[in-house]
Design a protein around this ligand. Structure first.
Ligand SMILES: NC(=O)c1ccc[n+]([C@@H]2O[C@H](COP(=O)([O-])OP(=O)(O)OC[C@H]3O[C@@H](n4cnc5c(N)ncnc54)[C@H](O)[C@@H]3O)[C@@H](O)[C@H]2O)c1
Length: 245
């Protein structure tokens, strides 16, 4: 544990399961406190019991502008200054574009991109005041490679890279870093619906010949939040077993 980051506070969206839970666990084990936000109240409360006193559960729909602003104010008032923000919450509504309903397009854009924008806007106010902070946006290799049937999802994940680079320039003078991570195929609920055949096909195309684990993404998030990466901002870090090289 590095003394400099002990009990720093990070907000993690989509913390109730999968990669968001793993990020929360990693940060807490590394001396951070975490305010975990999610729409899944029961799952979030169960995770809070598991993670102990350094985790607080915040039921929040990140697409709700008023709720995001109100929750940001309450977190800062009740827990203190926020140094880390991890925009991890994300959804898929896959389908070929000819059959994609506008509601499926809008739903994915609202959560994956607008939600991240609302969270960045709400939490950067405090970071700008304290002249310190680190934001990590969870993009995807789908933004870099494109995948048939994921036009909505790929657009949001590419949008997050644009958001990352714009905010990197907007915030750098105030000592706030903004980076993105592009995970490859990671074993979570999101990918558990894939058939064994598809999973084997994916794994065979990865140079490391296996799918990633949520902990692999969590380790990269911790690196980008921590002061060890103090001179790194505006990057997109693939965590993909070499797939995009
Ligand atoms: N699993 C993968 O292979 C993979 C690959 C690349 C990128 N990603 C990205 O990583 C992130 C996490 O993925 P995961 O596999 O853990 O997914 P997941 O579906 O297991 O978890 C996503 C979490 O986000 C929450 N969420 C959804 N909508 C929300 C909203 N409006 N407000 C607050 N919370 C909301 C969900 O309730 C859930 O707990 C996503 O952004 C995903 O796109 C995942």
């Amino acid at each position: 544990m590095r003394g400099v980051t002990v009990n720093r506070l990070a907000v993690v969206t989509g913390a109730a399961r999968g990669i968001g839970f793993s990020i929360s666990e990693k940060l807490i084990n590394s001396g951070w406190s975490v305010a975990g936000c999610d729409v899944l109240e029961d799952d979030l409360n169960k995770k809070a019991e598991q993670l102990g006193d350094h985790f607080s559960a915040w039921v929040l729909d990140i697409t709700d502008e008023d709720a995001v602003n109100e929750t940001a104010g309450r977190i800062e008032k009740e827990l203190g200054p926020v140094f880390g923000l991890v925009n991890n919450a994300g959804i898929t509504r896959d389908g070929l574009i000819m059959r994609m309903k506008k509601t499926d397009w809008d739903a994915v854009l609202n959560v994956n991109l607008t939600g991240a924008f609302l969270m960045c806007r709400a939490f950067s106010r405090g970071m700008l005041r304290q002249k310190a902070g680190s934001i990590v946006n969870i993009s995807s290799i789908v933004a870099l490679l494109g995948v048939a049937g994921q036009a909505n999802y790929a657009s949001t994940k590419a949008g997050l890279i644009g958001l990352t680079r714009a905010l990197c320039r907007e915030f750098a003078a105030r000592n706030i870093r903004v980076n993105a991570i592009a995970p490859g195929f990671i074993e979570t609920e999101m990918t558990s619906e894939l058939s064994d055949e598809v999973r084997e096909d994916y794994s065979s195309r990865v140079p490391l010949k296996r799918m990633g684990l949520p902990g692999n993404v969590a380790d990269a998030v911790h690196f980008l939040l921590d002061d060890v990466s103090a001179y790194i901002t505006g990057v997109v870090l693939p965590v993909d077993g070499g797939l995009t090289t």
